[in-house]
Design a protein around this ligand. Structure first.
Ligand code: GRG
Length: 303
């Protein structure tokens, strides 16, 4: 997609991301101390502190501040979201799922530890995510905390990430159309990004209309995230191989470029980013700067 015209000048996005990511990393480090039983906590920390981009928790803090909240009000739920994201990656990499050996350039959890520990580390992170938001959120009225917990639960369960994963698994080896591909991506990827933004706005004291506007923004960037992932899959592999056809064209996995062609997939990504930022026009430009730039970052990221 073309660069956004409305990215706010003089906003140092790189600095913004690294400042927020440092806070999130420190909070995650505190949330899972290395305690007995050592093995399980080591395994949880191995994946949780393994250097992800922290897109979801940053989105959460940005949404909280956009509606007038203080970052501290959303920090616990932002950590919970990263715990859930991490556990979904641990389980996704297991031999019974994708059977991957590497994640973020390091051995996957079950390779670094063992399969039993990886399953349990995922379970423990999922449980801790809900405990953490309920126990550690401060200065937010209880009904908002409950509302955020409901959002989280529905994003993760059999109508959320789990739904996306099960439909993805069932579609293996079958021909997948655009509608089914969108269903998989919306559930596997968008739902948690949506929960991140919506929970941030809820904790920050956002009104109903603001929260729903931000939900629409998040749905667009959630799908965008995956469309860009699919595009990168083709373009990066093409560059690496010095060929015109990328990895995904060789495999039988359905992706946007495969189903609609690379150019149309890029156009679709452009439409999604435009639709996302359209929702931000209702907010103050300066206050919305982080979310403008996050949309731009997701559209143009290289990994
Ligand atoms: C959540 C209860 C529960 C079970 C998990 C395994 C599973 C069910 C779902 C799979 C979900 C999955 C792996 C979706 C892919 C999401 C995605 C786009 C991951 C990559 O996100 P990045 O790029 O990763 O933000 P980093 O490494 O930066 O954190």
């Amino acid at each position: 997609p073309k660069p956004l015209k409305f990215v706010v000048p003089n906003f140092n996005f790189h600095e913004y991301m690294s400042t927020k990511a440092k806070k999130i990393n420190a909070a995650l480090d505190d949330a899972v101390p290395l305690q007995n039983p050592i093995k399980i906590h080591e395994s949880m920390r191995y994946s949780l502190l393994a250097g992800g981009k922290r897109v979801r928790p940053v989105l959460c803090l940005a949404a909280c501040e956009l509606v007038g909240g203080d970052e501290a009000m959303a920090l616990p739920v932002a950590c919970s979201i990263e715990m859930i994201h991490t556990m979904s990656l641990i389980h996704d990499d297991l031999p019974c799922m994708d059977n991957d050996d590497l994640r973020r350039g390091k051995p996957t959890n079950h390779k670094a530890f063992d399969e039993e520990t990886a399953v349990l580390a995922g379970d423990a992170l999922l449980s801790l995510a809900f405990e953490h938001v309920a126990a550690k959120t401060r200065d937010v009225v209880p009904h908002r905390v409950v509302q955020a917990i409901v959002e989280l639960g529905s994003a993760v369960g059999s109508e959320g990430l789990v739904a996306g994963q099960v439909v993805d698994i069932c579609s293996e080896g079958k021909s997948v159309g655009l509608d089914e591909l969108e269903y998989i991506h919306v559930h596997k990827t968008s739902k948690l990004l949506e929960a991140a933004v919506v929970c941030g706005a809820i904790m920050g004291g956002g009104g109903g209309v603001e929260v729903e506007r931000l939900r629409k923004y998040a749905r667009c960037i959630g799908l965008l995230f995956q469309v860009v992932d699919d595009i990168l899959d083709v373009t990066k592999t093409s560059e690496e191989l010095g060929k015109t056809a990328g990895k995904d064209l060789a495999s039988d996995k359905a992706t946007y470029p495969r189903l609609m062609g690379l150019e149309k997939a890029k156009e679709f990504a452009g439409e999604l980013v435009a639709k996302a930022v359209e929702e931000l026009r209702h907010f103050d430009d300066l206050k919305a700067a982080p979310l403008y730039h996050l949309a731009d970052y997701i559209a143009h990221r290289q990994n």
